[in-house]
Write a protein that binds this ligand. Sequence first.
Ligand code: NAD
Length: 475
Amino acid sequence: MTAGPNGPDGRPLPVVSPADGRLLDLLPATTAAQVEAAVRRARRAFDSGVWSGLPHRERAAVLLRLADLMHRDRELLARLDSEDAGKPVTECRTSDVPDAVEAVRWFAEAADKLYGSVAPAAGDLGFTRREPLGVVAAIVPWNYPLAMTAWKVGPALAAGNCLLVKPAEATPRSARHLAALAEEAGVPAGVLTVLPGHGAVTGAALARHPRIGALSFTGSTATGRRVLAAAAETNFKRVSLEMGGKSPQILMPDALSFGDALIDDMIDAAFLTMGQNCTAGSRILVHHSIADRVRERFVAAARSLEIGDPASPATRVGPLIDRAALARVAAAVDVARAGGARVLTGGAPADVHPGGSYYPPTVLSQVPADSAVLTRELFGPVVTVQTFRSEAEAVGLANAGDYGLAASVWSRDLDVALRLARTVQAGVVSVNCYSEGDITVPFGGWKQSGFGGAEKSLAAFDQWTRRKTVWIRGR
Ligand code: NAD
């Protein structure tokens, strides 16, 4: 490892624009020694009771102020995520930033609603309390930098913990601004610390740290495996994993009766954040009777999406995160094509800016069953179309593979829709829409997509609190 501003294990962290290759910022990367110091500071803050000992309503008031400040700075936060991740600024303005504000506000309001329970003990009294875990950590991906951070900051802090957040290498700036806003809101020092850094150094130090009580990870399945192993090899910290997906969009014979709403939602499912979305509906499964008409309308809609500079409000498709992602996506499509797949639109890098990593919305059909584009998360604007003849065949295709994050189902037949909602193996099934639901419902994947339902809603507190049983003898 080369020397950097933080010493021998901390290479500096360049923040590079995916849109044109410009250097946006060069941040000091957090070293392992700095992680150690941050854990000690957080521990002191926790033990002092300056946050964990506050009455719940006071903690809630500080977090509500934080939500207000995020709302005040919404335009800056949207710009930071758009610049760092190459996300269309319109997506950040209309979805990511409002979702993040809403998450912090909702969890603030939930701070004094964490009830324990009373056991039906005969004579004696047994009850449970939910207590914070102390010093906890979050490791966050680059595709929804602020929103994923807020999903973790909200419940972790509302529960009284002191949290260390490691943003992804490529997208550290919105989380850094969030930390500044937290200070302005009155969150005491040591309660929320943002540690920009490299996964193999900063992330690994958090995952291995013996005095971190819980770690919430969102990212790829490969890194999730490492994080879980690190926890097992050290202190068995409580780990929660939310990882990749290969989600199906299932269109039953009457799906076209939803008209433009169907096509619009299919486009969002496939191409929001350029398909670099954990819940991307990257596998379209369509009943053979409507397949030709769906393909035609979907391909026409995909071709009409405005591709270009993410800073332009009209842009629907920006660049991929970096040149490596562009090369990976291009190679996967080339291999599929060579294996017999038909490219209905897209299929080669787009010439938008020489320094950018642009790949257009791409639709593949007749993809061989063993092709990697059907089985592995590609994390790009590429969808496959497969047809089925029966509901059982649709379920078989939907449940194939190692992932189980999300699925959408389109049918006006309530029996069919409910049956599919039950039989499809995914943590989130949306019916007649593409949606993860609002902050009131749990979110998370099954199988190798995650631990299931660990984010959002009151269920999120299961990550960030532990149960204590108190038993009082009646004498
Ligand atoms: P990634 O796994 O490469 O990185 C995620 C985070 O882990 C980053 O902060 C990274 O620095 C850190 N990291 C890397 N190596 C580490 C190590 N050895 N120890 C500890 N931390 C380490 O993922 P990414 O490319 O940033 O994000 C894309 C992935 O995230 C996709 O697979 C996507 O599906 C997934 N994702 C899942 C959800 C969900 O809720 N299920 C949401 C968003 C993204």
